[in-house]
Write a protein that binds this ligand. Structure first.
Ligand code: IPD
Length: 288
């Protein structure tokens, strides 16, 4: 990686994100023109496919030897390798996009040795750009360093927590989510976390950036994919946040292992993770 110019790669990803943003904001999706993948809650549009084609063509022209992993061209069963790999989601928040809810992003990441090292996340509706390069810090709109304010000490009972239902709507993992959501919110006398609130916005990449900003204290999800989290992971880490497994006990989760708990910067990070894990009801089966 020593000879890779990560700042130039960041600049290329920023320019591609802006181009993708124009494609997204000028499209006219609707619930009647979108299609679905594994079930009716797993949506895809022509715009997702067209944006991914533009992204992969642009990246391949500039870095022909790098691998590419994208949501719309992924072959089930493929795993990440140590090779430099662009990991991209053309539209993270497709359901929001289809409904006209402006919490949508383009998520463009680079991993080397399976470690996320460059991340660009862009919401074209609010024109909000998050970017980060390993060792160089994380930024909002390329000028404001993250987190946005001095981190206060963390405490689960003061926390605003992002969670997502995702599109897997049956079985063990749905039960782990719904039982844990209840437990996080329940009063202390009911053995709950009594968090300030749960939020479910619909874009993993933007959720990670909100944790990096410090406006969300923690984000917990299982079922999403490497392209949902690669770019946001760099932004999170460069802002002093930490990513661990959504299942209790694993402090070093793999990028494509599909279970994530992100916690913002601040004193008490480790303690908050342990307390959070103590409230997880069961174990997720998703992932390798
Ligand atoms: C989805 C979003 C959502 C998360 C899902 C993802 P998509 O990505 O990130 O927040 O809950 O698991 O699949 O499908 O809109 O790219």
């Amino acid at each position: 990686m020593a000879d890779l110019d990560l700042l130039s790669i960041r600049d290329l990803l920023v320019s591609i994100a802006h181009k993708a943003g124009t494609m997204i904001t000028t499209a006219h999706p609707s619930t009647s023109t979108s299609g679905s993948k594994k079930n009716t809650a797993d949506l895809v549009t022509e715009t997702d496919r067209a944006v991914e084609a533009m992204i992969s063509t642009s990246l391949h022209a500039a870095y022909p030897t790098f691998a590419f992993m994208g949501e719309e061209t992924y072959t089930p069963g493929d795993r990440l390798t140590d090779a430099p790999t662009f990991i991209c989601d053309p539209i993270d928040g497709t359901t929001n996009f289809v409904h006209g809810y402006p919490y949508v992003s383009i998520s463009l990441g680079l991993a080397v040795g399976r470690v996320p090292v460059v991340g660009v996340v862009y919401n074209p509706f609010t024109q909000t750009l998050y970017s980060a390069v390993k060792g160089e810090g994380a930024f909002l709109n390329q000028s404001t360093r993250l987190p946005l304010r001095d981190p206060t000490p963390l405490a689960l009972s003061n926390a605003l927590v992002a969670v997502e239902w995702g599109s897997d709507r049956s079985g063990n993992d749905l039960a782990v989510k719904s039982d844990t959501f209840r437990r996080l919110c329940a009063a202390r006398e009911e053995r709950g976390g009594m968090v300030h609130g749960l939020r479910s916005f619909g874009s993993a990449a933007l959720n990670l950036c909100a944790v990096a900003c410090g406006s969300i204290d923690a984000y917990w999800e299982a079922g999403c994919w490497a392209w949902d989290v690669c770019a946001g992971w760099v932004v999170l880490r460069e802002a002093g946040g930490r990513m661990v497994d959504a299942n209790p006990g694993n402090w070093e989760p793999g990028l494509d292992e599909r279970r994530y708990l992100a916690v913002r910067a601040g004193e008490g990070q480790k303690e908050l993770i342990e307390e959070f894990w103590g409230l997880v009801e069961g174990r997720f089966e998703v992932g390798p």
